[in-house]
Design a protein around this ligand. Structure first.
Ligand code: ADP
Ligand code: ADP
Length: 229
């Protein structure tokens, strides 16, 4: 899909009788080939926005369209298939499966699926792409944080999604490893024309993307395109 259109998006969490409004009336169109950073203080709604865009949670109000597909209409297998084809997700804490090797982690989204390519070959290709072929038999506990995040990136990209959503992917890494992760996101965008949406606290990295969206108290308060000279 080419664009994600977000209209009047709102999210209120209600648990234990306390309601928290995490997002209020967000309107936004994301474009493929664009590298978008979402910044803002802790609690401003960045993760909530990313989870809604990624169909990991459902909004309280508003709509999200991937081209002409209203994702709120998708359920069960149709939703799982849509996500598999369209969306890759990476997180601050990697979320690798601890009992699987690096290669098995990269293959894991493919295990339950029928695909038109060789699963192991594809996973090896992605591990090679992130520079970790030599670690394919290592367990996550035997890898550094930067290596674990690169495995997580390979896993997120194994089916070549149209959109890569990244929630503070450099938040747990030193600046060298953070830079390596940032470069991989950029490289994927350039090689595949995909859309990257990148939540970050790092203004320095945000300043190097194509577009900077700033959140405050659940609202979008700025949306700046970088003018390329
Ligand atoms: P950010 O990513 O900018 O730190 P979040 O989207 O995580 O912001 O959180 C926005 C607000 O929603 C915060 O007040 C947070 O505590 C609250 N929140 C986030 N997730 C949940 C949840 N699952 N249940 C209840 N409140 C939540
Ligand atoms: P981290 O930054 O360590 O990844 P987050 O603050 O983003 O952790 O939150 C991790 C998980 O907890 C998320 O799924 C988020 O939705 C949930 N969460 C965040 N704030 C709250 C809250 N106030 N109440 C319940 N769950 C929350």
């Amino acid at each position: 899909t080419m664009t994600i259109q977000i209209k009047n998006l709102a999210k209120t969490y209600s648990g234990d009788g306390v309601a928290t409004t995490a997002l209020r009336d967000v309107n936004l169109t994301l474009h493929h080939k664009e590298f978008t950073a979402i910044v803002g203080p802790s609690g401003s709604g960045k993760s909530t926005l990313l989870q809604l865009i990624g169909t990991l949670d459902v909004p309280t109000a508003g709509t999200i369209f991937y081209d002409d597909v209203d994702v709120s209409k998708l359920r069960g297998n149709a939703l799982a298939d849509f996500r598999f084809a369209q969306i890759g997700f990476i997180f601050q804490h990697f979320h690798l499966l601890p009992t699987l090797t690096a290669l098995e982690n990269v293959m894991s989204p493919l295990f339950p699926r029928k695909v038109g390519y060789d699963k192991k070959g594809r996973a090896q290709e992605l591990l090679d792409w992130v520079g970790l072929s030599h670690k394919q038999n290592a367990l996550p506990s035997q890898l550094s944080g930067g290596e674990q995040q690169r495995v997580a990136i390979a896993r997120a990209l194994v089916n070549r999604p149209k959109w890569l959503l990244a929630d503070e992917p450099t938040g747990n890494l030193d600046s060298n490893n953070g830079e390596m992760v940032f470069q991989l996101l950029r490289k994927y965008q350039q090689e595949h024309g995909s859309g990257i949406v990148f939540v970050t606290h790092d203004e320095h990295l945000a300043g190097r993307t194509d577009r900077r969206i700033e959140m405050r108290d659940g609202s979008m308060i700025a949306d700046t395109m970088r003018v390329s000279s």
